[in-house]
Design a protein around this ligand. Structure first.
Ligand code: IPE
Ligand code: IPE
Ligand code: MG
Length: 236
């Protein structure tokens, strides 16, 4: 039987299991995050190799601010290191890097480093890497609702004209197509507030592999699973 689906245009990944990976090795949690940052590089290359145009990575949720300050500081430092280490990779592959999330929450140094890479890669069209930072699906939808209310209150928008398209156009990155495939590593099978609006018709793939161990073969296995799905969108 031929594959039911071509390669997904947009794959979104909930990168989970760094802490447990480290703990199982008797290492501090931050070592798991460091290993996880290396996985990101591997997966970016795999996405390019397999022809995935958009790769969205859930790196830090709005709920993750409740973690111990030392872990948060370590993650923000690691983010700056990741950007430095991978900037050449973005340029070599003509990949546009973008951020989605409540970025005013981020430390100024991290936000600045992100903005620089975003500006330097904004003209690339070969693919996009979208980093979700201080991201929450409910936060994103609430902000879009607020934007609608502001437009209506200012007389720019007729409340009767508010539809799905009007709300979607006020999400963080309205030009990005919805994810075709959402992958979560480390055995958890939940969304944890990820892409609540955009995931309406996504396919899901859960793997027990912890994020630091996730490799090209695991990425291919997710794409293979996706290829066998039958997407019906409510039709027949
Ligand atoms: C995912 O790994 C990375 C972040 C959420 C920042 P975790 O840190 O959640 O790892 P576990 O789930 O505790 O193993
Ligand atoms: C989801 O992982 C967030 C990210 C991967 C950034 P968590 O580890 O924070 O999610 P829960 O707490 O297990 O639901
Ligand atoms: Mg986790």
């Amino acid at each position: 039987m031929p594959d039911a689906n071509p390669t997904p245009r947009h794959v979104a990944i909930i990168m989970d299991g760094n802490g447990r990976w480290a703990k199982a090795r008797g290492l501090p949690r931050l070592e798991g995050h460091k290993a996880g940052a290396e996985t990101v590089r591997r997966v970016m290359r795999a996405a390019k190799k397999f022809g995935v145009e958009y790769l969205t990575l859930y790196a830090f949720s709005v709920e993750n601010w409740s973690r111990p300050p030392a872990e948060i500081r370590g993650l923000m430092r690691l983010l700056r290191f990741f950007l430095k280490r991978n900037e050449k990779e973005f340029h070599d592959n003509k990949v546009r890097m973008r951020v989605m999330g409540r970025r005013s929450d981020l430390p100024a140094s991290a936000d600045k480093a992100l903005a620089e890479v975003e500006a330097a890669t904004a003209h690339y069209t070969e693919g996009q890497l979208i980093l979700c930072l201080s991201y929450g699906g409910r936060t994103e939808i609430a902000a879009a609702a607020r934007a609608l209310a502001e437009d209506a209150a200012a007389g720019r928008l007729d409340p009767a004209a508010i539809d799905e398209k009007a709300l979607a156009s006020r999400l963080y990155l309205p030009d990005v197509p919805d994810p075709d495939l959402i992958v979560r590593t480390s055995g958890e099978e939940r969304l944890s507030n990820f892409l609540l609006w955009q995931a309406a018709y996504a396919e899901f793939h859960f793997t027990p592999v912890a994020w630091p161990d996730f490799g090209e073969d695991d990425f291919r296995a997710a794409l293979d699973a996706y290829a066998r799905r039958h997407r019906r969108y409510g039709g027949l």
